[in-house]
Write a protein that binds this ligand. Structure first.
Ligand SMILES: Cc1ncc(COP(=O)(O)O)c(C=O)c1O
Length: 355
């Protein structure tokens, strides 16, 4: 006899372990696998962060605190009080905390698609329903989101810039959305790639909205420009009642202490953030230019990735994989992480054979 889990689990994809790159390299018989599928930075952790991890490795037997120095450092970096900051085991986990705290069967969450899959998956896990609005030019369409809101809606997710397509919701558009939807809804603005954005139209959501509106929260992560994806740490900035709700549903020791130390060291180095932003923007422009030149019309890119649409996206992904180049697809969208010049050369050679 099998023990049946909750029926909602039937709507979720099973966990599929990622391919270890070394194993994949042997299987494909290529000299190197180029991973342009996971939006990691090519620059690794900040040097000071790696050094702190080494120095404090001997303290790993101690349980972490979740209200220590990092909260104060993040609060200071954004000009808010510590009571407005919550840490999580990656921004991914914070999305789950918010769904657990605010959704239940009979309610829904509104989001664009294609976008970061966790919004849909974590909504389903609570027994609530994801309601999906179409994108416009690779960005969340605030009017489509507002039109999808109903009496049952509890959360509206805004992915800005959007993963996988890369487009942004401008400051004007975000203001329009926040002014339009009822303020009983939680508006979750996921800014995982914010540090990469240089478009002046990009909103300063924290200073413009989070401190003046009860219902707007921002998610940030140390996984992207800060290069700590493997340590799992992200944060939320919002009103103290949301921070309190997150604290109630989060596991007691969810954010490990080495991640917190590494995050503090990363915040201490604005020069390195700027260096990475500038280098990524240059490489992103070059990558998009080469893809466009091959007739792959790329969306405006604002994160550390470039995307385009093709009806045969899955076939292209499989062909690139055979050549040892990993990219990510979501339906017709192909997303390629900005890599090194070498990585890109490998990608272009594979594309030229396939196209
Ligand atoms: C839009 C978006 N939000 C959240 C996350 C999750 O970030 P983390 O690694 O902090 O869980 C990602 C990671 O890819 C992302 O693309």
């Amino acid at each position: 006899m099998t023990i049946e889990p909750r029926p909602e689990l039937g709507l979720l994809p099973p966990y599929v372990a990622g391919q270890a790159l070394a194993r994949l390299q042997a299987e494909l018989g290529v000299d190197r696998v180029v991973n342009l599928a996971t939006n990691e930075t090519q620059f690794g952790p900040f040097p000071a962060a790696a050094e702190l991890i080494r120095r404090h490795a001997g303290e790993a037997h101690r349980y972490p605190e979740l209200d220590g120095d990092l909260i104060r450092r993040i609060a200071a970096a954004h000009g808010v009080a510590s009571s407005h900051v919550a840490l999580g085991n990656g921004a991914d986990a914070i999305i789950g905390y918010l769904c657990t705290a605010y959704l239940e069967p009979g309610t829904n969450a509104v989001m664009g698609a294609p976008s970061f899959p966790t919004y849909q998956l974590d909504t389903i896990k609570t027994g609530a329903t994801p309601v999906v609005a179409p994108l416009r030019d690779g960005a969340f369409d605030v009017d489509a989101l507002a039109a999808a809101v109903s009496d049952a809606t509890r959360i509206v997710f805004v992915c800005n810039p959007n993963n996988p397509t890369g487009g942004i919701v401008s400051a004007d558009e975000l203001r329009r959305l926040i002014d339009t939807v009822p303020d009983r809804l939680l508006i979750v603005v996921d800014e995982a790639y914010a540090e990469y954005v240089s478009d002046p139209a990009f909103p300063d959501t924290i200073s413009e909205h989070v401190m003046s509106r009860r219902n707007v929260v921002v998610l940030r992560t140390f996984s992207k420009i800060f290069g700590l994806a493997g340590l799992r740490i992200g944060y939320l900035i919002g009103q103290p009642d949301v921070v309190d709700a997150v604290g109630r549903v989060r596991h007691y020791y969810d954010v490990n202490s080495l991640a917190q130390l590494a995050a503090i060291a990363s915040l201490d180095d604005p020069t390195e953030i700027e260096r990475r932003r500038a280098a990524t923007a240059t490489a992103r422009g070059a990558l998009a230019g080469e893809l466009d030149r091959r007739g792959l019309r790329t969306f405006p890119a604002n994160g550390n990735f470039v995307a385009f649409e093709r009806p045969d996206a899955a076939i292209l992904e499989a062909g690139l994989l055979r050549a040892g180049v990993l990219v990510r697809t979501a339906g017709d969208v192909v997303r390629i992480t900005v890599g090194s010049t070498d990585d890109h050369a490998r990608l272009f050679a594979a594309l030229d054979t396939l196209l």
